[in-house]
Design a protein around this ligand. Structure first.
Ligand code: ATP
Ligand code: MG
Ligand code: FE
Length: 370
């Protein structure tokens, strides 16, 4: 099926088009620049930016794919989780399109959609653009069995188990406070590195000594971890707010002593703490659930150390790590379209237009039933 996917859960307005598992276009407009002076995504600004960006993004996506709205078989839209106002814009736009064209509409889970990119053909043109030639409808088309997904972004830090992408997804663990990307952004602010913090810390950390300071690894004490037989309450969960506070204290101590703050060392030690605990808990969750393949998603998937350490630990545990191209890791419409196409191919019916966006939609809801 030819499916148009709409994404607006955070600061990216995305419209992507797929034919089955073939990626036709993936057009994204981000309001990231407008959030720079605030050091984080401001929901109201993001919502307004979606309003401005939606129609041009839709037009560009259709134009690039060389298809008309008439030819589309179905529309898919992220209906949660995410920022309520931001979701509302994409959902209203999708409903309007569905009503105007008479096409079926699928209300889709954003987190599960991140996994949907694993089903797409990854053929690209030499300049890295999605290859329109891949529109023939040939795709890998099948996810590995025993699949897990590690989603790490500005809004999420989650490990999922995917038994079936259309109807059996389970949350194994998640952050209980800040998301990992959020921690990067907050720590970058403390260190005076600007927004978004991830790329800046990633770069600076290469010049620092990660062992110079030992920052806390949240929720790793025995009372949270338990044992494989008698699991603790947060065995596969993360917490990053204590780490952020520890970084702030550390900076204060250097300043109080009148010493120069070793920004590169702190960045490296902070990054090591984040990446260590993300990769160790993710691999543990996978091992204890018989997961043999893991897909990495979210903007923090760009992090060089996260890729390296998770790759190493997965390899030692006999787990295969899959890292999609970065533009498919960050929020985009193609992943929504890809999941929509899977639902159609699995014979699952559309959602109608009566649903409301759900900012805390659980992963067990892959798509909203009519
Ligand atoms: P969502 O949570 O809904 O997926 P988001 O917009 O919050 O959306 P993304 O756009 O996927 O998240 O990713 C942005 C986040 O990724 C920011 O927090 C940014 O700091 C972080 N990030 C980007 N590059 C890197 C990097 N190299 N290292 C660490 N973090 C990074
Ligand atoms: Mg974003
Ligand atoms: Fe996302």
């Amino acid at each position: 099926p030819l499916v148009l996917g709409i994404e607006s859960s955070c600061d990216e307005t995305g419209v992507g088009i797929v034919r089955g598992t073939a990626l036709l276009t993936n057009t994204v407009s981000s309001s990231m620049d407008e959030h720079v002076r605030f050091g984080g995504v401001i929901p109201e600004i993001a919502s307004r930016a979606h309003l401005d960006a939606f129609v041009p993004t839709l037009q560009e996506s259709l134009h690039e794919a060389g298809v008309t709205l008439d030819e589309i078989d179905a529309i898919a839209v992220t209906s949660g989780p995410g920022l309520a106002g931001a979701l509302m814009v994409g959902v209203c736009a999708a409903k309007a399109l569905a009503v105007a064209t008479g096409k079926p509409l699928y209300a889709i889970n954003h987190l599960v959609a991140h996994v949907g990119v694993g089903l797409l053909d990854e053929r690209r043109t030499p300049d890295g653009k999605p290859d329109a030639g891949a529109a023939a409808g040939l795709g890998a088309g099948k996810l590995p069995e025993n699949l897990g997904a590690l989603l790490v972004s500005g809004g999420h830090t989650e490990i999922l188990r995917i038994q079936s992408i259309t109807d059996d997804v389970e949350l194994l663990g998640s952050t209980i406070d800040d998301a990992a990307g959020e921690a990067y952004d907050k720590v970058a602010r403390i260190l005076g590195l600007g927004y978004p913090g991830g790329p800046a810390i990633d770069k600076l950390a290469r010049q620092g000594n990660p062992k110079s300071i030992r920052f806390p690894r949240g929720l790793t004490q025995p009372k949270y971890m338990g044992t494989a037989e008698d699991k603790g309450p947060h065995r596969y969960d993360w917490s990053f707010s204590g780490l952020k506070t520890a970084v702030a204290r550390c900076v204060e101590q250097f300043e109080a002593r009148g010493e120069e703050v070793p920004v590169a060392d702190i960045a490296a030690a902070f990054q090591e703490a984040v990446v260590d605990v993300i990769s160790s808990k993710a691999v543990l969750a996978c091992k204890e659930h018989g997961i043999t393949d893991v897909l990495l998603g979210g903007g923090v998937a760009a992090n060089s150390r996260l890729r390296e350490l998770t790759g190493q630990r997965c390899a030692s545990a006999g787990i295969k790590l899959h890292v999609p191209p970065l533009d498919l890791c960050t929020d985009n419409g193609a992943m929504v379209a890809a999941l929509g196409a899977q639902l159609i191919m699995a014979g699952i019916g559309p959602s109608g237009i009566g649903f409301a966006p759900d900012s805390s939609m659980p992963v067990t809801t892959v798509s909203v039933p009519a």
